[in-house]
Design a protein around this ligand. Structure first.
Ligand SMILES: Nc1nc2c(ncn2[C@@H]2O[C@H](COP(=O)(O)OP(=O)(O)OP(=O)(O)O)[C@@H](O)[C@H]2O)c(=O)[nH]1
Ligand SMILES: [Mg+2]
Length: 312
């Protein structure tokens, strides 16, 4: 994983991704994984003792549920960090969409701080999409200005609109602009869409709506915060500057470990025999071992003997 960290450091595209790679080089991840491995061993040891010494007179066995729960919690957080790492590394596609003349190209230019896209009062000015890259709070963004959506008799414009629709389908986030000065029919938008009223300088948009003016810049800060918040949704509460899983291989191993431990939880709830519980715990240990290096049977024995005075 050191080598991976070095590799990712070279490839890091944004300052945050770079900071994460550096944090990983610190060995923070390794420490974290080793800690989790030890908890897992502490779970497995008493189970193995029960199984191996079931003939002996042992105290009544109580499985440490809280320990399992806290381990699942830790795993969940690390897996979330993969989502946020992926966001900072691979970035997000954001599409500016909406009817013709609502100000998509104006907003596009404003966000890029240059006159990249042609702006005019003529409907259907943008015929083909334009894309550009920017960084938002360290997240690499590919932003698309698209052809305004409307019924058109023009074959070229229709093709432009088809492309817009295709891009909207592939977007991580869609900023759907409405013109505050134009009455709009109520429409349903999916969860990837942020609806924004533009031209707020001309007419006050409805109460509570996200409002901007691409002409004066009003509301743009709020819009960008909302965009960043939406991109990071589901990954909030993760300490972004700290340990982050960035490789898919590691994430897959963590996912497998998590699945095995969730299985263990169900087995315990269903009061299944301990040898089945042990299989699940060993499986989780195996998957963590894939990341940190092998877990040997010796590790397990050592854990047994360090916690219990059996067999000695
Ligand atoms: N007053 C005001 N005018 C704006 C604002 N945003 C855009 N406009 C004007 O609205 C017109 C259309 O703007 P565009 O950015 O070209 O609109 P568009 O959505 O890209 O339009 P199409 O490419 O035709 O789909 C232009 O005359 C802009 O100057 C705004 O916030 N306030
Ligand atoms: Mg345009």
């Amino acid at each position: 994983t050191q080598a991976e960290a070095v590799h990712e450091l070279v490839e890091a595209q944004s300052p945050v991704a770079r900071a994460q790679a550096l944090a990983r080089l610190d060995g923070g991840l390794k420490e974290k994984l080793n800690g989790m491995k030890n908890v897992l061993l502490a779970l497995l040891a008493p189970v193995e003792v029960q199984l191996d010494y079931s003939e002996d007179e042992l105290d009544e066995f109580v499985f440490p549920d809280e320990l399992l729960d806290s381990l699942l919690n830790d795993l969940g957080r690390l897996l979330q960090s993969y989502a946020i790492g992926t966001l900072y590394k691979s970035g997000a596609r954001i599409v500016l969409a909406g009817a013709t003349n609502v100000g998509k190209s104006s907003l596009f230019n404003l966000l890029l701080k240059e006159e990249r896209s042609i702006v005019s009062p003529v409907r259907g000015t943008t015929r083909d999409y334009i894309e550009a890259d920017l960084l938002l709070e360290g997240i690499p963004i590919r932003l698309y200005d698209t052809a305004g959506l409307r019924e058109s008799g023009d074959e070229i414009e229709r093709e432009g609109i088809r492309r817009s629709e295709h891009l909207i389908g592939q977007a991580d986030l869609v900023i759907h602009l409405l013109d505050s000065t134009v009455e709009d029919v109520d429409r349903a938008f999916d969860g990837r869409t942020i609806v924004v009223y533009n031209k707020a300088d001309l007419r006050r948009p409805p109460e509570g709506a996200l409002a901007i003016s691409a002409a004066t810049g009003e509301g743009i800060g709020d819009l960008l915060s909302e965009v960043a918040r939406r991109l990071k949704r589901g990954v909030e509460g993760v300490d972004e500057s700290r340990i982050v899983i960035q490789s898919k291989r590691q994430a897959d191993a963590l996912l497998a470990a998590e699945a095995a431990l969730k299985g263990v939880k169900e087995d315990l709830q269903a009061a299944l025999p301990l040898d089945i519980v042990a299989v699940g715990l060993n499986e989780a240990l195996h998957h963590l071992g894939l990341i940190t290096g092998e877990v040997t049977p010796n590790d397990i024995l050592e854990s047994i003997f360090s916690n219990f005075c059996v067999g000695k």
